[in-house]
Design a protein around this ligand. Structure first.
Ligand code: HEC
Length: 255
């Protein structure tokens, strides 16, 4: 009996730790990514090249590959997704990798850390975390230079680069007491105090689409893999029926 209890406790412990760690992050929303919604990913790609690629690379992907996967012709890619130039000042070609123009040395100086490559970020952080992170910047005057903090990434070194769209928000706190009687302040809500160009729901949609794009970037084969998987299952099912009738046929004279 004791052993069973220990095993059950062992199984539950990690989930409890996770839940406790999560309680102090806000926002804590969940999203679903629709992998067939290419239009959302196209919009996300556009936001990405406009607002993220200046600091973060996505250097496992090529512009034209993204275009082909998302149904954007090369000339549209050239016009709408490429704003960078190479060392000779010529516009980056569609066949090139999605690199940033910022050097690591400059980034280190400006932000104290080099912005990570975002190719695989949707896999390492998960889409929900990204959705909350990009909606979680709030005013914090104690952060010298940046002026913002983040509800899910405390003391983050990234500026709120989407502030012109979202506006600036202020947190609302609640005091919570943990099981040891320690009190702490946690963020339970945000309130926009300086509106941006978008309404809250427009901004949420923009971030949803951006995260959909990042999810695609991290696993460009996911859609193909799913289709292949469905095909294989259908094949197995048809094969099962055939095998069943074959068996009947073979055994029908045996008594
Ligand atoms: C002005 C430069 C800059 C821009 C533009 C920028 N970021 Fe960042 N970003 C940073 C820096 C610097 C960090 C590292 C923060 C740290 O580790 O404290 C970071 C960190 C991140 C992280 C966390 C990575 C991790 O897991 O540690 C994500 C996700 C992210 N950025 C996404 C984005 C997205 C999406 C955009 C476009 C909307 C964007 N960033 C635009 C500078 C930038």
């Amino acid at each position: 009996m004791n052993r069973v209890l220990i095993i059950v406790a062992g199984l539950l412990l990690p989930t409890m730790g996770w839940a406790a760690g999560d309680a102090h992050t806000f926002p804590d929303d969940k999203i679903e990514i629709d992998w067939s919604d290419k239009a959302a990913m196209q919009r996300g790609a556009r936001t990405f090249v406009n607002y993220c690629l200046s600091c973060h690379a996505a250097s496992y992907s090529r512009f034209n590959r993204v275009g082909a996967d998302l149904g954007i012709p090369d000339d549209m890619v050239r016009e709408n997704l490429i704003f960078t130039t190479d060392i000779n000042g010529e516009k980056t070609k569609v066949g090139e990798l999605m690199k940033t123009t910022m050097t690591p040395e400059y980034a280190e100086q400006a932000f104290g850390t080099v912005p990570p490559d975002l190719s695989l970020i949707a896999r390492s952080r998960g889409v929900n975390w990204l959705y909350n992170y990009l909606r979680g910047f709030y005013i914090d005057d104690t952060r010298v230079g940046l002026g913002v903090n983040n509800g899910v990434f405390k003391n983050v070194g990234m500026p709120h680069v989407l502030a012109e769209l979202q506006g600036l928000q202020q947190p609302k706190y609640k005091t919570v007491t943990d099981s040891h009687g320690n009190e702490s302040e946690v963020i339970v809500d945000f309130e926009i105090i300086k509106p941006g160009l978008m309404t809250e729901s427009e901004y949420d949609q923009t971030i949803h689409d951006l995260v959909a794009f990042l999810d695609y970037l991290a696993e460009p084969y996911k859609q193909t893999r799913k289709n292949v998987g469905t095909g294989v299952l259908i094949f197995l099912f048809v094969f099962l029926i055939l095998a069943y009738f074959l068996k009947k046929e073979y055994w029908k004279d045996v008594h």
